[in-house]
Design a protein around this ligand. Structure first.
Ligand SMILES: *[C@@H]1O[C@H](CO)[C@@H](O)[C@H](O)[C@H]1NC(C)=O
Ligand SMILES: [Cu+2]
Length: 238
């Protein structure tokens, strides 16, 4: 019995690892930029995406790993015009309850020195739950599961410069056990805009919300809430 228990625990772990996911490519215009697909340090080709150590979710919003899934640098970058769109793609994703949030961060200098620190992250896009119930599939992450893709527009007035873009899936399918999946990529934004977010639009990551935020610590099976507010600031549209 012990032996078979161990086998089923092992099978469960394998299934759960297989159930996780990460952005595996980015499409900008007609160009597809491969994402990172191995565990760092990578022997795979250089990418615009910062390398991460594993597929495992980050379990707390205050864990430094939540920033870019532990990724700190990438060799490449992609150029994108402000006002145009970027599509992130996943090769697999299996959780349907929880928001999608897309964030950016303006690098003060070169990418190599851009560590995502300080109160400089802002949201450019998000989808929480558009209709109850909480256990249903009217969620941002359900869209990702169906399409394995998520398209966002870079605010048209955003000042040009070097930016990180961070795609975050917050999986809420385990009661009071949120799982954060976030990856970052390096973008050079072009254009003639001069808008920069300020004030309450800007937050630190980690730390954009408390672990007890109702959008993070939630039991979707017992809560009777009919609406849901993603954690963190409102989307900055420029
Ligand atoms: C962007 O990547 C290219 C290589 O694709 C590199 O030549 C260039 O220096 C990079 N730009 C920055 C600002 O890092
Ligand atoms: Cu998972």
């Amino acid at each position: 019995m012990l032996f078979s228990t161990l086998i089923s625990v092992g099978a469960l772990l394998v299934a759960e690892v297989a159930a996780h996911g990460a952005v595996t490519s980015y499409v900008i215009g007609s160009t597809t930029y491969p994402g990172y697909t191995g565990f760092s340090p990578s022997s795979s080709p250089p990418t615009i995406q910062r390398q991460w150590p594993d597929y495992n979710p980050t379990m707390t919003v205050t864990d430094p790993k939540v920033k870019c899934n532990g990724g700190t640098s990438a060799a490449l970058n992609a150029t994108i015009a402000a006002g145009s769109s970027v599509t992130a793609k996943w090769s697999q994703w299996t959780h349907q309850q929880g928001p999608v949030m897309v964030w950016m961060y303006k690098c003060a200098g070169e990418f190599a020195a851009c560590d995502g620190s300080g109160k400089n992250w802002f949201k450019i896009d998000q989808m929480g739950m558009t209709a109850p119930p909480l256990t249903g599939t009217s969620w941002g992450t359900a869209v990702v599961m169906a399409k394995l893709a998520w398209t966002s527009t870079i605010p048209a007035t955003l000042a040009p410069g070097k930016y990180l873009i961070r795609h975050e899936l917050l999986a809420l399918h385990q009661a009071n056990t949120p799982q954060f999946y976030a990856e970052c990529a390096q973008l050079i934004v072009t254009g003639s805009g001069s808008a920069t977010p300020s004030g309450t639009a800007l937050v630190t990551i980690p730390g954009y919300a408390s672990q007890n935020d109702p959008g993070i610590m939630i039991d979707i099976y017992s809560s009777t809430a009919t609406t849901y507010t993603p954690p963190g600031p409102a989307v900055w549209t420029g």
